[in-house]
Design a protein around this ligand. Structure first.
Ligand code: IPM
Ligand code: MG
Length: 363
């Protein structure tokens, strides 16, 4: 039994999740897969009605009773920035120990990229974003707030353990992918000389255990340039939380836009504690188009594919892996129908896009 908690969240979140769940339903009949979905009402609407973002008990419940979490989006214009992001999304990433944020940057054939002359052969890499430390740790504060002497600090944090577990995951992934077997560490060793010194030392040290994986280092600014002019040189990129946040939006843009980018917040070592992995489209809640049936559900559908593939791998359940692969392949076969279109603003409804994937799934 695969127990999935669904947090549709805000804006377009619930509508795109609904399409991913339609795909799951169809796959479950084909394979078959025994699953149970529980919709959880967490997000901006509940917060505005009750003042609760997420209780301690709800976190305990998520840890104890589910195998995976499927999340739409959080964030609303009428809730101050940070309340839902920190109180829900980041809290789950931290408390469930989801220390890897896996974000493929893959141009499916037929999807248009803004990069002239680049094809799906050139844009196919994956970013391993550290997901529990760095500037996201919430350390810092104000002094003399609101006065002319005001001071604000926001600290960057890296722990030896946190760096090492993330790097180990990245080296393993690089080996499993078995493409270029090249791992690029993205940092800023020339300015942030403490945090990236630690990363670099652990990168070299752990890397010695992986002589079959080539190590490369890029500063984050150079990486942004290379992602645009020479993306084909990347296989697996590993980076810190903040840089990973930024470069994966760029990654989404070169791979066809926010309509297509999927992600997995992973707990690769559940036997050491934490909770179930959480899968979500990279895009946000897009309140401007919410409720109009205009949102592209592909990113959410690909996140469902990742949920099945990753949960399958974690449980050595071949059927789940094959179901996830089948869903991803169906999306890849549907994409050429969108050739030349703006992927973020498809001229068809959310339902219709998912219908095309469902037709392909049954083939
Ligand atoms: C992302 C988002 C989040 C982040 C926000 C919503 C807190 O931008 O998942 O990339 O910064 O991690
Ligand atoms: Mg982001």
């Amino acid at each position: 039994m695969l127990r999935i908690a669904v947090i549709g969240g805000d804006g377009i979140g619930p509508e795109v999740c609904a399409q991913g769940l339609r795909c799951l339903e169809s796959l479950a009949r084909i394979f078959p897969i025994d699953y149970r979905v529980t919709q959880l009402p967490y997000g901006g609407q509940r917060y505005l009605a009750t003042g609760t973002v997420l209780t301690d008990q709800e976190v305990v419940d998520l840890k104890a009773n589910y195998d995976a979490i499927y999340l739409g989006a959080v964030g609303r214009p009428d809730v101050p920035p940070g309340v839902l992001e920190r109180g829900l999304l980041l809290r789950l990433r931290f408390e469930l120990g989801l220390y890897v944020n896996l974000r493929p940057v893959k141009l499916y054939p037929g999807v248009s990229t803004p990069l002239a002359g680049k094809t799906s052969n050139d844009i196919d890499f994956i970013v391993v974003r550290e997901n529990t430390e760095d500037l996201y740790c919430g350390a810092g504060g104000f002094l003399h707030k609101g006065t002319p002497h005001e001071v604000a600090t926001q600290e960057m944090l890296a722990t030896r353990m946190g760096v090492e577990r993330c790097l180990r995951y990245a080296f393993e992934l690089c080996r499993q992918r078995n493409r270029q077997r090249k791992l690029t560490l993205v940092g800023k060793t020339n300015v942030l000389t403490y945090v990236y010194d630690l990363w670099m030392r652990v990168f070299e040290q752990v890397g010695r255990e992986y002589p079959d994986v080539t190590r490369q280092y890029h500063h984050v600014d150079a990486c942004c340039m290379y992602m645009v002019v020479k993306p084909e040189q990347y296989d697996v990129i590993v980076t810190t939380n903040m840089f990973g946040d930024i470069i994966t939006d760029l990654g989404a843009a070169i791979a066809g836009g926010m309509g297509v980018a999927a992600s997995g917040n992973l707990n690769p070592t559940p036997h050491l504690g934490g909770g179930p992995s959480m899968f979500e489209p990279v895009h946000g809640s897009a309140p401007d188009i919410a409720g109009q049936g205009k949102a592209n559900p592909i990113a959410a559908i690909l996140s469902m594919a990742m949920l099945l593939q990753q949960t399958g791998r974690a449980r050595s359940d071949d059927r789940l892996i094959r179901a996830g692969d089948r869903l991803e392949a169906a999306v890849a076969r549907v994409c050429p129908q969108f050739a030349g279109m703006q992927f973020d603003r498809l001229p068809m409804t959310t339902d219709r896009v998912a219908d095309l994937v469902l037709e392909e799934l049954k083939r």
